[in-house]
Write a protein that binds this ligand. Structure first.
Ligand SMILES: [Zn+2]
Length: 182
């Protein structure tokens, strides 16, 4: 089974993963948690929940680390992994185990981010979490706006999506408040 948890930064994706991981462990399930190396061995939500995670740079590393008995695989910030590799991985494993994929569906250019949108289209379950828009303060934030202290941001290219994780330069905003980058 494939389950997607998507939404803007600070929308609660990692919090929801934490709940699902915790519940699965209470039910005695064999769980494996993966994250991109920005997390340094943990999945950490903004409200303080932490879970141990195997940090990996590639989908191949996820696959080579899999326990044959695994019953729940969780992958956080899945938008950062290679799109084709992630799609192929989910196709191969979704009928053998339960996969929870979490990530941002949109980058700050308003484009599809990694494999997330494609995976939403084929998942059994999709949860879209909305954050609080930093501009209008409504619970409608769905995209990241690069605008904090713009004069001091490091150069951005569309080829390096990892910069999206630098929360000091980005904020969650709604479509009404979002201004596309020039
Ligand atoms: Zn707004």
């Amino acid at each position: 089974m494939l389950e997607l948890i998507v939404g803007a930064m600070e929308a609660g994706k990692t919090w929801l993963i934490y709940k699902k991981i915790s519940d699965a462990k209470l039910m005695g399930r064999k769980v494996q948690v993966f994250a991109y190396p920005v997390h340094e061995g943990q999945v950490v939500s903004r409200i303080g929940f932490k879970s141990e995670a195997i940090t990996v740079n590639t989908v191949a590393e996820i696959e080579s680390s899999l326990d044959p008995e695994v019953e729940l695989i969780s992958i956080d910030d899945a938008q950062l992994f290679d799109k084709v590799d992630m799609l192929n991985f989910c196709s191969r494993w979704r009928n053998k185990t339960h996969i929870i994929v979490a990530g941002l569906q949109l980058n700050s250019f308003g484009e599809k981010f990694g494999a997330i949108v494609e995976l939403m289209g084929v998942a059994e379950y999709v949860t879209v979490l909305l954050g609080v828009c930093e501009k209008c303060k409504q619970q409608t934030a769905i995209i990241s706006q690069r605008y904090r202290d713009v004069a001091h941001t490091i150069p951005i290219t569309k080829d390096d999506p990892r910069i999206e994780l630098r929360k000091e330069f980005y904020a969650p905003v709604c479509w009404k408040c979002y201004v596309p980058p020039r």
